[in-house]
Design a protein around this ligand. Structure first.
Ligand code: IPD
Ligand code: CA
Ligand code: CA
Ligand code: CA
Length: 265
């Protein structure tokens, strides 16, 4: 596994911010928490992690743009490169002491994601991918699962919550998918859900109403692990349409088909 210097910068930044998140996770009851909207929490840990990541990444490449969940977009002098960062994906899990949260960093070049890192500081699992060079977890090459039958598949999803998403549509989708598959899961950190598809733990994942920082690194990870990714309508506009389906070629197609059927029902 040969990592580029830039991927090493991304990994170094994720580990540094991750150490602080892990400390805060241990004393979460002392953290300052505020609400961005209904059931949409942000903590001092989210903000601090974004500051650390921004400082590390901008130090290595001062001209690149930076898009972070908490600070929004800062344009750079180099218009062709942008960091896309979720400093703490799975804040709700984090606040509840559930060790399923991550730092997600992607690098976009001319509109294409060329490198991605998803790091869970709670269990120290590190997922990395570079365009054309594969996806790895802790040094091991990743492959999406090979299952071809929905009846054997474990599928993960996101779901609408207070103040966000189309609950009626989700209920139809859930009902249609649930009838066909071996198991359905909802873990609560989209970047990890996608990395887990790349690792073959989930056969597929779908979610609507996501933001670029939830998906950017995970999209590359699934593709580099031999999988397929689309928006929920089967197109290539995940970031623009804010939705995603990922899995092996069969699973991705099957899930898109089920979601379309649910939408017509
Ligand atoms: C959230 C998580 C969650 C997904 C939400 C995201 P955050 O990100 O990825 O799994 O269902 O849509 O907003 O706010 O914890 O970074
Ligand atoms: Ca958030
Ligand atoms: Ca997120
Ligand atoms: Ca976040």
């Amino acid at each position: 596994m040969l990592h580029s210097a830039l991927l090493n910068v991304m990994v170094g930044a994720a580990r540094k911010a991750g150490r602080a998140l892990k400390r805060d996770f241990g004393e979460v009851e002392h953290l300052q928490v505020s609400l961005k909207g209904p059931a949409n929490f942000v903590t001092a840990a989210d903000r601090k992690a974004e500051e650390t990541l921004k400082a590390e990444l901008m130090r290595a490449r001062p001209g690149y743009g930076f898009l972070g969940e908490e600070g929004g977009l800062q344009a750079g002098s180099d218009a062709s490169h942008t960091w896309i960062v979720d400093p703490l994906d799975g804040t709700t899990n984090f606040l509840h002491g559930i060790p399923q949260f991550a730092i997600s960093i992607a690098l976009e070049r001319e509109g294409t994601i060329v490198a991605g890192v998803v790091y869970n500081p709670a269990n120290d699992e590190l997922f990395v991918a570079e365009r054309g060079k594969g996806a790895f977890m802790d040094g091991q090459r990743l492959r999406v699962a090979g299952r071809r039958r929905l009846a054997d598949a474990v599928i993960a999803c996101g779901l609408p919550h207070l103040g966000r998403g189309d609950l009626a549509l989700f209920r139809k989708e859930f009902a249609v998918v649930q009838e066909k598959v071996a198991g359905l899961r909802r873990f609560g950190a989209a970047s990890l859900d996608l990395a887990w598809v790349a690792a073959g733990r989930f056969d597929a994942f779908w979610e609507r109403d996501l933001s670029p920082w939830d998906m950017a690194a995970g999209i590359l990870m699934i593709r580099e692990a031999g999988g397929f990714v689309s928006d929920c309508d089967g197109g290539d506009a995940m970031l623009a349409r804010r939705s995603i389906v990922g899995g092996n070629e069969t699973m991705q197609r099957e899930i898109v088909g089920l979601l379309k059927a649910a939408g017509r029902s």
